[in-house]
Design a protein around this ligand. Structure first.
Ligand code: HEM
Length: 184
């Protein structure tokens, strides 16, 4: 929501897509998600820039392992910095910018096959809640956008919103967003 409020043209584009595909007489349903590519792109772009678990969940090496010439010793604790992966300019153009459209013309997904985007992890310990989270993220966001207009607190301009983050096991916005719903 913060990224969309700071990029009002993207917010309008998601709302326009929902109105085109779903109309205004009913709520967005799970079965609509696949027909809302820009909404899906917004969720991917958000998880790229602001992964819920910035270092995934710590893992332990049970034995000495060699990966790509690096030795990971037995008992080492492994953190995967997906936050940094998401902002790596060798992988992403304009890495720090919120550009959901980058996902419209490629197949990159977050289900653990594309290692540049693994906010749910990958492999045998991939998040088992992914299918539920996938549905909930799209439905909640689409419901908020299609039922209300949104504006920032009085007097705050998009470029003035504090985007600093607090790094814990989960990533949090340092200063919570205050957004006001308006009648559409
Ligand atoms: C936006 C939503 C969510 C994100 C981004 C997320 C992300 C993650 C990540 C990064 C991991 C660690 C993967 C790894 O270390 O390789 C994880 C593990 C896990 N997640 Fe999620 N998760 C989300 C929602 C959920 C939900 C809704 C549930 C349950 C209903 C859930 C249940 C779990 C469990 C049980 C694990 C531990 C799996 C294991 O260690 O084998 N998660 N999740």
């Amino acid at each position: 929501m913060t990224e969309l409020l700071c990029n009002p043209e993207k917010l309008s584009r998601v709302r326009g897509e929902i109105i085109d595909i779903v109309g205004t007489n009913r709520q967005v349903q799970e079965s609509d998600i696949l027909r809302l590519p820009f909404l899906q792109a917004v969720v991917k772009e958000t998880l790229r820039l602001h992964p819920t678990g910035p270092f995934l969940i710590p893992h332990n090496a049970e034995t000495n392992v060699e990966i790509d010439g690096y030795i990971i010793p037995k008992n080492a604790q492994i953190l995967v910095n997906v936050w940094a992966n998401g902002r790596d300019s060798n992988t992403w153009s304009n890495a720090d910018s919120f550009l959901p459209e980058r996902f419209l013309n490629n197949q990159i997904d977050f289900r653990g096959k594309d290692f540049e985007l693994i906010p749910f992890g990958a492999g045998q310990r991939i998040c088992p809640g992914l299918p539920l989270a996938y549905r909930m993220l799209h439905l909640m966001l689409a419901t908020l956008i299609s039922n209300f207009g949104w504006k920032l607190e009085k007097g705050i301009k998009p470029e003035e919103v504090d985007m600093n983050e607090k790094f814990r096991l989960t990533l949090q916005k340092a200063i919570p967003l205050k957004a006001l719903p308006t009648k559409l």
